[in-house]
Design a protein around this ligand. Structure first.
Ligand code: 0GY
Length: 306
C-alpha cells in the first residue's frame, strides 16, 4: 500500500553527527520507534498522522552510530494496536531490543505470551488527545491487570495540564508506571512552579512511578541553537530534566525518540541530542544509572546481577 506522509512532517535527520559525549558501555536508547515501512507494515486506519517510513535496519544503524548497545522500541500511534512492525524489529534485533506494545481489551492470552517471547515488557496508554481517540479507563485497568502477572509495566503519555484529572487512574495502576517525556511540562513555566511541582509530587508519593527525561526537542521553546558556543541547546528543558535525574536517579530513563514523530519546526540531529545528556546528568554515576542500570533493571532484569 502507498502512504503519503502528513503535510509539513519533517523527515528524520540523515547523517547525524558523531556525539562528543561518549556513552557508557551498555547504554540503552529507551524510547524510539519504528514506522513501517508502510508497504510491508501498513499504517493503522485510525491513525492521526502518516509518518515517513523508518525501518528497524535504519534504527539499528543509528544505534551503532551513536554508540548505544540496546533499544526499547515503543509502539507509535500510527500503527494503532497492530504491533507487527515493532515485533519484527524486536526479532531482527537478536535480543538487543525490547518492546512496549499497544493492546486492546480483545487481545488473547496467547498473543500476550507471543509478545513476551518476542521481547515485549510493557504496554503503553496514551492520553494525548491529538494522537488517539479516548479509551475507557475500565478497559485500560483490565489490560493492566492482565499484563501485571507477566512482569510487564505500563508506559503513560499525557500532557501536564491533564495530570490532575488522570491522577487517580494512574495511582490505581498495579505495576511500575513509566511516564513519557516528563509528563510534557510547559518549560516556559518555572521549574518550581505548581505544574511541575505536581509532577514531582506524583513521583515522590509513588515510588512505582518512573520518568523518561526525553524529548528536549519536543518541549523546548528556546530551541536547538547554542548561543556563542556557550549556551546549551534546548536550555529551557535542562532544569526540568536535571531536577528529575537528581531527585530520582534510580527511576529515570533516556531515549532519542527517533524518528521524532510530528515535528514540523525542526528535526534534531540525534548526535546533538546525545550531547545533551551531560547537561541533565552531570556525573558519570548519574549517567550510568540513567543510561545503563535503570533501563537494564526494567527491560533486561535477567542480565542484571543481584
Ligand atoms: C513520541 C511522541 C509523539 C508521538 C507518539 O505514538 C505516537 O504517535 O508517541 C508525539 O507526537 O508527541 O513519543 O514519539
Amino acid at each position: 500500500m502507498e502512504f503519503t506522509k502528513t503535510p509539513g512532517w519533517l523527515d528524520w535527520y540523515t547523517g547525524p553527527s558523531q556525539p562528543r559525549f561518549k556513552l557508557p558501555a551498555g547504554a540503552v536508547d529507551a524510547h524510539c520507534h519504528v514506522f513501517g515501512p508502510g508497504a510491508q507494515y501498513p499504517y493503522a486506519a485510525e491513525r492521526k498522522y502518516t509518518p515517513c517510513d523508518a525501518s528497524a535496519a535504519q534504527l539499528f544503524a543509528l544505534r551503532d552510530h551513536l554508540g548505544f548497545a540496546r533499544n526499547v522500541i515503543v509502539q507509535a500511534t500510527c500503527h494503532g494496536a497492530d504491533n507487527s512492525a515493532m515485533l519484527a524489529a524486536l526479532t531482527a534485533s537478536e535480543g538487543r531490543a525490547r518492546g512496549v506494545a499497544t493492546v486492546r481489551r480483545d487481545v488473547t492470552d496467547a498473543a500476550l505470551q507471543a509478545m513476551h517471547a518476542a521481547g515485549v515488557r510493557a504496554v503503553r496508554f496514551n492520553f494525548v488527545k491529538r494522537l488517539v481517540d479516548f479509551t475507557p479507563k475500565d478497559e485500560l485497568l483490565e489490560i493492566a491487570a492482565r499484563i501485571a502477572p507477566l512482569g510487564w509495566h505500563v508506559v503513560i503519555y499525557f500532557e501536564a495540564v491533564d495530570l490532575p484529572e488522570l491522577w487517580d487512574f494512574f495511582t490505581a495502576l498495579p505495576t511500575t508506571v513509566v511516564v513519557d517525556h516528563m509528563g510534557r511540562p510547559n518549560v516556559s513555566q518555572p521549574v518550581d512552579g505548581p505544574e511541575f511541582e505536581l509532577f514531582m509530587k506524583f513521583m515522590r508519593l509513588h515510588p512505582n512511578v518512573w520518568s523518561k527525561v526525553t524529548c528536549p526537542e519536543r518541549l523546548s521553546v528556546t530551541g536547538p541553537k547554542a548561543l556563542n558556543g556557550e549556551a546549551q541547546a534546548y536550555r529551557d528543558v535542562v532544569p526540568f530534566a536535571r531536577r528529575l535525574v537528581e531527585s530520582f536517579p534510580d527511576r529515570v530513563l533516556w531515549g532519542t525518540d527517533w524518528p521524532h514523530p510530528n515535528l514540523k519546526d525542526h528535526m534534531p540531529d540525534d548526535g546533538l541530542l546525545v550531547d545533551f545528556i551531560p547537561a541533565i546528568a552531570s556525573t558519570s554515576a548519574l549517567q550510568q544509572q540513567l543510561l545503563v542500570d535503570n533501563p537494564m533493571r526494567l527491560y533486561w532484569p535477567e542480565l542484571v546481577s543481584a
